[in-house]
Design a protein around this ligand. Structure first.
Ligand SMILES: *Cc1c(COP(=O)(O)O)cnc(C)c1O
Ligand SMILES: [Zn+2]
Length: 408
């Protein structure tokens, strides 16, 4: 048995192939590269029962991950997050089988840790000394902390408006951090120049092939947690779309391996914010690529991406699975976030709340049926966004009396 069945890299646009044992970024045609595994050999050598007794994190799927030597793994125990049944919100939404996969309890508080764990581990394996990336906050936090653990230097550029906690996470990890008066696309241009000038390893979203591999483990876990019988619908808050592309890739690989049936794949739903919805617009117009979204704005910072490099892969995954794309207003997601806390005791991030609100919309439209099995990805912890909650709390003097909730 090999540790990984990685075969090579390929371009989903022009089919060019590249080796996976040297540093690679984009294809010469400008498209992102994807990892190909030797699934035929793997299908003969690897069965679901082989997972029994393995560690309860994403490395349990190492055959389907790009690391060839386990000594290069940089891990903080990320992955195998709980799949929680929503047993109060379900009746409220009219979706009987509603689940949340909670990525908020993963290291660094968002699912970005999955991409960082696999991406940084592979960078270490390839001998990378310094990486660079633009970020809306959460990815920079995860990558700078995992890079610190790997002994790799990091240069990070984020918008001044990015959540303050993510700025602090980068700073405390010793990252070479810059803020930019602008959007993630502006940060991207600055990083692009620095990468050329100083020969840094560019780990911008989809500019290296391994972040997707980390994020795809969400799809592997969902399949395993449902005992290899996939749900009907998966909703995912979509910025760069890496998670959605990854989940789709995972499901296709599991079909190739024969671990899940070929006649059913979950309908994938890309959820965006009304203030930044390029994928939704492209899907509504039946297009295969999106256009740059001008003056994007939303408090769901993780999904404020005006133009995603992998937009054509996201749209393809939606079309191939007969999914759809939905946008949600900031007011609606804040309302939903409050409701989820009060009904389920779960403090989800604004992006996750948007995905729940999209499920509600799709149930109201009849697109989701009452008895369908629906999984919503909560991509991060609400506690990373303290400023999205406005509170009005009475303050007492030391000798004052309170009223119990029942009287209030
Ligand atoms: C980055 C991020 C997203 C969007 O992820 P993509 O895979 O880039 O689409 C969603 N939610 C949170 C909390 C994020 O940090
Ligand atoms: Zn190409």
């Amino acid at each position: 048995m090999k540790f990984s069945y990685i075969s090579h890299l390929y371009c989903p646009k022009c089919s060019n192939e590249y080796e996976s044992d040297t540093v690679q970024n984009l294809c010469e045609c400008g498209a992102p590269l994807l990892v190909k595994y030797d699934l035929n050999t793997l299908a003969d050598n690897w069965k679901p029962k082989d997972l029994e007794g393995r560690s309860n994190n994403l490395w349990r799927y190492h055959e389907l991950l790009p690391l060839t030597d386990d000594s290069n793994i940089v891990s903080m125990g990320e992955g195998m997050t709980p799949l929680i049944e929503m047993d109060s919100l379900n009746t409220h939404m009219g979706i009987n089988n509603l689940y949340m996969k909670d990525e908020g309890i993963i290291p660094t508080g968002t699912f970005k840790a999955r991409g960082a764990a696999v991406g940084v581990s592979k960078a270490k394996e390839l001998g990378v000394k310094e990486l660079a990336m633009p970020t809306n906050g959460n990815a920079g936090a995860a990558w700078s902390l995992y890079a610190a653990r790997a002994g790799i230097s990091s240069t990070i550029v984020m918008p001044v408006d990015a959540p303050k906690i993510t700025r602090n996470e980068c700073a405390i990890s010793g990252s070479n951090l810059y803020l930019v008066n602008g959007l993630i696309s502006d940060a991207g241009k600055i990083v692009g120049e620095a990468v050329k000038e100083h020969n840094l390893y560019d780990v911008s979203t989809l500019k290296e092939p391994y972040r997707i591999e980390g994020k795809k483990t969400m799809g592997l876990e969902i399949a395993e947690q449902f005992n290899w019988e996939v749900p009907d619908v998966i909703l995912y808050p979509t910025g760069g779309g890496v998670g959605l592309i990854g989940i789709y890739k995972a499901l296709k690989e599991l079909q190739e391996l024969g671990w899940i049936k070929k006649d059913k794949i979950p309908r994938l739903v890309a959820v965006q914010s009304e203030g930044c919805a390029p994928i939704v617009k492209a899907w509504e117009e039946g297009k295969t690529e999106s256009e740059f979204w001008n003056d994007s704005e939303t408090l769901a910072f993780g999904i404020n991406v005006p133009k995603a490099l992998g937009d054509f892969l996201v749209l393809n995954a939606i079309y191939e699975t007969e999914g759809c794309a939905v946008s949600v207003s900031d007011e609606a997601l804040l309302e939903e976030q409050k409701l989820i806390s009060q009904k389920e005791g779960l403090f989800v991030c604004p992006e996750g709340a948007a995905a729940f609100n999209a499920a509600r919309q799709l149930r109201n439209d009849g697109w989701i049926k009452e008895d369908e099995k629906v999984v919503v990805l909560n991509t991060g912890a609400g506690i990373k966004y303290p400023n999205t909650v406005s509170v009005d709390v009475p303050t007492l003097e030391p000798n004052e009396r309170l009223k119990p909730a029942a009287i209030k």
